[in-house]
Design a protein around this ligand. Structure first.
Ligand SMILES: Nc1ncnc2c1ncn2[C@@H]1O[C@H](COP(=O)(O)OP(=O)(O)OP(=O)(O)O)[C@@H](O)[C@H]1O
Length: 310
């Protein structure tokens, strides 16, 4: 077996702040401390602290512009923090590259859904396995060094042209994993595996993106508004899939505006306002927190919104 996976249960001791055997609490998968980021004088994320434990589903809600997506971008390395610390499984990742963070076991989807339109559905999912491949990338460690990156690429091309037995075995494993991910989405994706992604409906593009994020068996899955732009039926279907993932033990951190989904799915909810976490706790507790009602839900209700969204 040559593909590195990250979906082993996080029950063993890890360095950094942990629960584990001593406390009986699941290990900390993600630890965020003092995270801060400003854009041209505007503080988007203002020194936040939180943890996500193994098997937990944590949702981040809050009004538009409160700092939710910036938080996901900081955690996943898409942008750098001005200060603060992010650890995945006890290892600091806030100065790592996006690829290093992916290889460490973090996968994510984006707010507007990002797929490679010219690739097939299966190829899009296969991309998600790239950071975990070893045989197909024999000199992958050199890719970190700008001067020697070309050597890593040459080695990749060489084994693609003349695949070794290990590369062929890895390719077979990749194909099996892609098929398993597409099967997760039943008739939505499996029959479309060879269709180019640009021909898919919006909902199927988003499903493809989730399948790609799951392909590597991530230790932590970040989802940025996984049901944005979906109708009620599509949203309910995605909720069922996320509940199945949760039942299988997948650790997730998501940003979501649809409160019904958040309430049904989350173990804990973090409420952000003006870059800060103003409340955190189980869904029913957060829903009834006077500070949240005042700062956020109350605003909505006062505005007479009939659809309760975050
Ligand atoms: N790249 C950027 N450059 C400048 N300002 C930014 C950038 N990214 C985010 N911001 C600002 O930071 C603040 C937080 O934005 P962010 O997208 O994190 O909020 P959000 O809670 O995810 O909002 P929404 O629910 O609308 O997606 C906003 O005022 C936004 O305009």
């Amino acid at each position: 077996m040559t593909i590195e996976t990250n979906n082993e249960p996080d029950s063993g001791p890890v360095s950094g702040p942990v629960g584990g055997p001593d406390t009986g609490a699941p290990a900390v998968v993600l630890a965020v401390a003092g995270l801060r980021r400003s854009f041209s004088g505007l503080t988007a994320v203002d020194g936040i602290d939180f943890e996500v434990r193994a098997g937990e589903v944590v949702s981040v809600i809050g009004p538009n512009g409160s700092g939710k997506t910036t938080t996901l971008n900081l955690v996943s390395g898409v942008i750098r923090a001005d200060s603060g610390r992010v650890s995945l499984g006890g290892t600091r990742i806030d100065r790592s590259t996006v690829e290093e963070i992916a290889a460490a076991g973090l996968a994510r989807t984006f707010q507007n859904g990002r797929v490679f339109g010219g690739l097939t559905v299966a190829e899009n999912v296969e991309v998600g396995l790239y950071p975990t491949r070893r045989a197909a990338r024999p000199l992958r460690r050199l890719a970190r060094l700008p001067v020697l990156r070309w050597l890593a690429l040459v080695a990749e091309v060489a084994v693609a042209l003349v695949p070794t037995r290990a590369v062929r075995a890895e390719q077979a494993e990749v194909a099996a994993r892609v098929t398993a991910q597409l099967a997760r989405f039943h008739e939505r994706l499996a029959p479309r595996r060879d269709n180019q992604a640009h021909t898919l409906s919006y909902a199927n593009r988003r499903r493809t993106e989730i399948a790609r994020a799951l392909a590597s068996g991530p230790r932590l899955l970040l989802l940025d508004e996984p049901t944005a732009g979906m109708n009620q039926t599509e949203t309910a279907e995605v909720l069922d899939q996320l509940l199945a993932l949760k039942a299988a033990g997948q650790t997730m951190l998501l940003v979501e505006h649809k409160l019904d989904l958040v309430m049904a799915l989350s173990d804990r909810v973090l409420v952000m306002d003006n870059g800060r976490i103003i409340a955190a706790g189980p869904p029913h507790q957060v829903r009834n927190d006077p500070a949240v009602i005042e700062a956020y839900l109350g605003r909505r209700r006062a505005g007479g919104s009939s659809e309760e969204t975050a």
